[in-house]
Design a protein around this ligand. Structure first.
Ligand SMILES: Nc1ncnc2c1ncn2[C@@H]1O[C@H](COP(=O)(O)OP(=O)(O)O)[C@@H](O)[C@H]1O
Ligand SMILES: [Mg+2]
Length: 270
């Protein structure tokens, strides 16, 4: 019993060779909460291997946009393709099994499990789960250990998550996503609440993921992080994209400055 089209795997394989099929393609995506269009007609194509940073003020619709892509919130209008296949209407765990992973703005995780157990739990919902069974095969345990070592959490692998620092929690969210070997990783404010040295550590982690060819889409207010990591920047405002281009161009963009600093800010500036 499978809802997955028989063609899904060959399509992905072919795309990996040619690079023709984007990792993500959104067309006319709208989300309404009553009268409010939290996401208001977003068109966005993310090629494989790209690192895209999404900025914008609070309430711009960034998290809601991620919720639509990852299947947590139903789409009001529009289409979303992941690796060339339509995904609107699919459940989040199904998308995770297909290789779409995300992290959350607020730290998620099972507080009463250890760091290692959290990574095992994540495997139960991902590609290794083979239909939802909680597996404890040696290969899976090894994969969990390898991810923790990779991300620098091996020393606290047996600690209960309730007691670990914020940076470790943020890294753990990435580890639980990576253990399922995603094709795309969505990160919602990965460095929110971190200190400047911790942000530098996270930048190094992201750059490492980039060199492995991972497609990354992240939401982040911290401009230094966005400039250091992203190949491309998108700014959202009132549910729409108001800037899409090089991160370096953000500083010169009039509309972006007005959204962040207020109308007339540029005229007022010396
Ligand atoms: N479940 C919901 N019900 C009603 N309004 C919501 C809901 N989720 C988000 N919103 C509203 O949608 C807008 C966008 O929110 P959000 O996507 O969280 O913004 P951002 O992540 O850019 O700060 C906000 O005005 C927010 O209050
Ligand atoms: Mg948000």
């Amino acid at each position: 019993m499978s809802e997955e089209p028989v063609s899904a795997k060959p399509v992905m394989g072919a795309a990996a060779n040619t690079g023709a099929v984007p990792a993500l393609a959104c067309r006319g995506v709208v989300k309404r909460f009553g009268a409010l269009a939290a996401v208001d007609g977003v068109d966005l194509v993310v090629p494989k291997g790209q690192t895209l940073g999404i900025g914008g003020p609070n309430g711009a619709g960034k998290t809601t946009f991620f919720d639509l892509i990852s299947g947590l919130t139903p789409v009001s209008e529009g289409q979303i393709d992941f690796m060339g296949e339509p995904i609107v209407g699919q459940a989040p765990h199904r998308l995770c099994q297909r290789g779409l992973a995300r992290t959350f703005q607020l730290n998620s995780g099972f507080d009463n499990l250890t760091v290692y157990e959290n990574v095992l739990a994540a495997q139960a919902f991902g590609r290794r789960s083979a239909g939802g069974w909680v597996l404890t095969r040696k290969a899976d345990r090894d994969a969990a250990r390898a991810v923790l070592a990779d991300i620098g959490l091996e020393e606290i692998a047996e600690d209960r998550v309730a007691g670990i620092p914020v940076l470790a929690r943020k890294k753990l969210m990435v580890a639980t996503a990576l253990v399922n070997e995603p094709d795309i990783l969505l990160l919602d404010e990965p460095v929110g609440g971190l200190t400047p040295p911790e942000i530098e550590e996270f930048i190094a982690l992201m750059l490492d993921l980039k060199t492995r060819g991972m497609t990354l889409v992240f939401i982040e207010h911290v401009m230094h992080f966005l400039m250091a990591v992203a190949d491309r920047a998108v700014i959202m405002h009132q549910g729409a994209i108001i800037y899409d281009g090089a991160p370096e161009g953000l500083r010169r963009d009039r509309l972006v400055a007005e959204v962040y600093l207020g109308t007339g800010a540029l005229e007022a500036a010396p």
